[in-house]
Design a protein around this ligand. Structure first.
Ligand code: SF4
Length: 342
């Protein structure tokens, strides 16, 4: 069976076309049809000669994600269950802002192997990596559904992005390409649970993509419990890799910290976080945890969140509290897919 066109990076496709003796401007035309105009049949590529369209049809399967389910929140955000050509589904969220921005939270893998104890996706393990074009398809679907351009992307949906590094980077380059989705690199954020090798590689990429790290605990024993797959990515080594990241790129990154009652919100957790963040070029994002049915974790109260915010601010550590959106439409990643699985 022919391989999906969307499984290739821009570079790979250019090389394949070169080997086949096709002029390079044809690759650009095809990529523009697929990713800038979002067509899903070769017949629609009207500036490509008919014989070439037929050849392409034999050589590369042209696929497009379809919407299996779509939920609209009272706050305007929309959550989608998207299905790929082989039946695999992922979750994607579209988050419109009053100022006209449209942010997409996309998945980098179907399922996830990391097994974080507070995450609905982690419960069921990894299904498979997403291809570059499958990561980008999520933007195309949301863009089409909202009828407006995607301006910002956060890779914070299902999966650990750095566990699918090459496909992720290929997808980010399609999003960032001026003739394709033309989304500024600084408006694209990749959130990792802390894979050190991935952070180091990411620091060496020429584009100015933004980095976020899901920290969720600055005490090793707490992190080992709630993020078991990170036990071999020690907090000390993670800190060193982040120091290297900011000295290599000059860029600030953010720490995501979901406050969970009685799990990671004690005074010693706060002290450990303050110590951890000192002299780092970081920003702390405190996140109100979305409650998940069947999971014991509860969000910390507003008072605790406020206290953490004030304490971090007092220490001169940049901090914000993320507004929780879409709680009425299975806001937390993996919740919708799990609910449909039954
Ligand atoms: S929080 Fe992220 S890394 Fe952890 S299990 Fe869920 S999807 Fe995977």
């Amino acid at each position: 069976m022919s391989k999906p066109l969307k499984s290739y990076s821009i570079e790979e496709l250019s090389n394949l076309f070169k080997e086949a003796g096709l002029p390079s401007f044809r690759v650009n035309q095809i990529l523009e049809w697929v990713y800038a105009k979002g067509v899903n049949t070769y017949e629609d590529m009207t500036n490509i000669p008919k014989t070439m369209r037929e050849q392409l049809g034999f050589a590369y399967l042209l696929t497009m994600a379809t919407i299996d389910e779509r939920l609209v929140s009272v706050d305007g955000s929309r959550k989608y269950l998207l299905r790929f050509h082989d039946g695999v589904v992922v979750e994607t969220v579209g988050l419109p802002s009053k100022d006209g921005r449209l942010t997409v939270c996309c998945s980098s893998q179907a399922g996830c192997a990391m097994g974080c104890s507070f995450c609905a996706t982690g419960r069921n393990g990894l299904v498979r990596d997403l291809a570059p074009g499958e990561i980008v398809d999520q933007l195309l679907v949301v863009q089409d559904d909202f009828g407006t351009r995607v301006t910002n992307v956060v890779i914070m949906g299902q999966g650990e992005p750095f566990a699918n590094y090459d496909n992720l980077l290929a997808a980010l380059r399609i999003m960032n390409h001026p003739k394709l989705l033309n989304i500024g690199a600084r408006h694209i954020t990749v959130s990792t649970c802390g894979l050190i090798a991935g952070i180091e590689k990411f620091a060496g990429e020429p584009e100015q993509f933004t980095l976020a790290v899901s920290l969720h605990a600055a005490r090793q024993e707490v992190r080992d419990t709630i993020m078991p797959a990170m036990q071999n990515q020690r907090l000390g080594a993670l800190r060193q890799s982040l120091e290297h990241y900011s000295s290599a790129t000059g860029r600030r990154y953010s720490f995501e910290y979901a406050l969970m009652k009685g799990v990671n919100d004690a005074e010693e957790d706060l002290d450990a976080l303050i110590t951890y963040c000192r002299r780092l070029l970081c920003h702390v994002n405190l996140i109100p945890l979305n409650e998940i049915e069947g999971m014991p974790m509860l969000p910390s109260g507003q008072e605790t969140t406020r206290m953490w915010f004030d304490a971090l601010e007092e220490e001169g550590i940049p901090v914000s509290v993320r507004r929780s959106r879409g709680a009425d439409i299975f806001g937390a990643c993996g919740q919708l897919a799990n609910a449909r699985r039954g």
